[in-house]
Design a protein. Structure first.
Length: 150
């Protein structure tokens, strides 16, 4: 029980207090990332564009797949902080299923991510998210991205 309280207080500190008092907002609006799963479906490249300090749009092109997404950061995105996000992601493996003549009723996939992003002051981004699918395959989806802002 004592360990659970310690872990919970660390989470509160990381997500709420750091974001409440931090003023170092990100100035770069574009990110290119190598991605596994997520909007690039399997593995690929994701381009993200910061629309506001809270909203980011993204497009992913992957191994015979494509995807789109919108990400919402409840607290403004800040450098050198762990930033929580959610949103809506879309991924289609349609190119693969058509090429291999597979009748895959689990395509396309929409999922609701809950994730963490770390934006270093050198322009590097790391992100990890998981979330339930909303249409198509009824399972948990996720995404790992490593990229650079410019």
């Amino acid at each position: 029980m004592k360990n659970s309280i310690s872990i919970l207080s660390c989470i509160v500190h990381l997500f709420f207090l750091n974001n409440l008092f931090a003023q170092d907002l990100i100035t770069e609006k574009n990110t290119i990332s190598g991605s596994i799963l997520g909007t690039s479906s399997y593995a690929g490249v994701t381009y993200e564009r910061m629309i506001t300090d809270e909203f980011v749009g993204e497009i992913g092109i992957g191994l015979l797949s494509v995807g789109l997404g919108v990400t919402y950061y409840p607290w403004k995105i800040k450098e050198n902080h762990i930033n929580f996000y959610t949103g809506l992601k879309y991924g289609s493996r349609n190119v693969i299923t058509k090429l291999l003549l597979i009748n895959d009723k689990k395509d396309p996939v929409f999922y609701l991510p809950f994730g963490l992003n770390y934006s270093a002051n050198e322009g590097m981004n790391l992100a990890l998210d998981f979330g339930p699918s909303l249409y198509g395959s009824r399972s948990i989806f996720g995404n790992i991205r490593v990229g650079f802002r410019f």
